[in-house]
Design a protein around this ligand. Structure first.
Ligand code: ADP
Ligand code: MG
Length: 387
């Protein structure tokens, strides 16, 4: 789960991590007023669920409240396209107005889950800022990684080693050690899968400050934090993904034209791999889960069909806990409700599979049925290539 920079800074601040003074604005008028409170000079920052805003013109330095107002008027409603948004971009509806900081040096610092070691891992670089992706590609040796032992946690001496590696000394080095220990505490207590400060700056006056902040919460831990759902900004999310989450379905939009409905995340991944292998392009990842009801299957199917890129649907279900006749009825209900005329290929096996097959074949839908995965994948890919 994503949150905005201004919210991430509130979280960091509550863990004792220093951030610039700032406030979120929802209108250009509020931008001007906040700029005045900041003392005139300020930075106006587009709040979208993506980074790379600086290079896309989403971070503006304003010398006075009038300039801030101008930046506000220009940014509200603008679609920002950055390397992280995809080609359609994201609309700016909130702005963070922040004190303009005199930057001495910019660093990169984050804590994220490293899937190789199954541990939180500190990532740090003395060359932080807007070119970190380029640095990672061209000079990966300039980025340091330190896995954190989950049993003993992050130790001061380890954090100190990282801070010294960044070239920090004396008081600032100790400030950075404290900041890292707080960042780790934040990760643990808030169940973050990523906390990223880029740039972490040392100001000209010699203070350490988190100038940008990105936090991802682990979706599987949301139930432990009642305040998380209300932090979401639905305007920044794909409408189909929002509907899917309401029905507890894991749905992720992809770029292709074959809608996919599968039960089980592993089987879903394998199905996408198979489609690619046969030259097809999946339109989505969708895991309907193990024990879904007829209604949930129907909702899942409707979500797939709402995607206008979808030109055909591939269903791959193993009915273990779920009964195949229930799945078939869900598909039929959804398809007739929305008047689906797209070709559907179903590969299904398991409990009451004969009944499921009979229902599908007698439904009047454009359904092809198969017992084999490879066969089904080949069918749907060929059908869409020919059409
Ligand atoms: P993004 O990572 O999306 O490009 P950032 O928040 O990192 O956005 O801002 C981009 C750059 O703008 C930063 O690297 C920093 O140099 C500058 N910047 C951001 N906030 C401030 C601020 N409050 N004062 C001065 N410069 C800032
Ligand atoms: Mg940044």
């Amino acid at each position: 789960m994503n949150i905005h920079e201004y919210q991430a800074k509130e979280v960091l601040s509550s863990f004792g991590i220093p951030v610039p003074r700032g406030r979120v604005a929802l209108t250009a008028d509020q931008v001007e007023r906040t700029a005045r409170e900041m003392g005139g000079r300020c930075v106006v920052k587009a709040q979208i669920y993506a980074g790379g805003r600086g290079k896309a013109g989403g971070v503006r330095l304003a010398d006075n409240p009038e300039k801030a107002l101008e930046a506000g008027k220009d940014l509200f409603g603008r679609v920002l396209i950055t390397p992280q948004t995809g080609p359609e971009g994201l609309v700016v509806r909130r702005l963070l107005v922040e004190e303009a900081v005199e930057i001495g040096k910019e660093f990169y610092l984050s804590i994220t889950l490293d899937r190789n070691t199954s541990r939180y891992c500190i990532i740090a670089s003395a060359e932080g800022g807007m070119d970190i992706e380029e640095l990672a590609a061209k000079s990966p040796e300039k980025i340091r990684m330190l896995p954190i032992d989950p049993f003993v946690g992050l130790r001061s001496y380890e954090a100190r080693k990282v801070a010294l590696g960044l070239g920090l000394q004396g008081r600032i080095c100790e400030d950075c050690v404290r900041l890292m220990l707080n960042l780790y505490r934040c990760c643990m207590e808030k169940d973050c899968s990523l906390v990223e400060i880029n740039p972490l700056v040392v100001t000209r006056a010699g203070w350490l400050l988190a100038m940008d902040a990105k936090i991802n919460f682990d979706d599987n831990a949301i139930f432990r934090h009642q305040d998380y759902p209300e932090m979401l900004d639905y305007t920044q999310m794909d409408p189909l993904e929002i509907t899917a989450s309401e029905f507890d379905l894991s749905y992720i939009k992809l770029k292709g034209n074959i809608g996919c409905m599968v039960n089980g995340a592993g089987l879903a991944m394998a199905t996408l791999d198979m489609l690619k292998e046969y030259g097809g392009e999946p339109a989505n990842f969708l895991d309907v889960g193990g024990g879904a009801s007829k209604e949930r299957v129907a909702e899942a199917f409707k979500i797939i069909l709402q995607d206008s890129d979808v030109k055909g649907v591939f269903v791959n279900i193993f009915g273990g806990i779920m009964r195949c006749d229930v799945i078939a009825q869900g598909i039929i209900d959804a398809a007739s409700e929305v008047g689906c005329t797209l070709p559907i290929v179903v590969r299904m096996d398991g409990t009451l599979v004969e009944e499921g097959r009979r229902l599908l074949l007698e439904s009047g839908l454009d359904v092809q049925y198969t017992d084999y995965l490879g066969d089904g994948v080949e069918k749907i890919v060929k059908m869409l290539q020919e059409s």
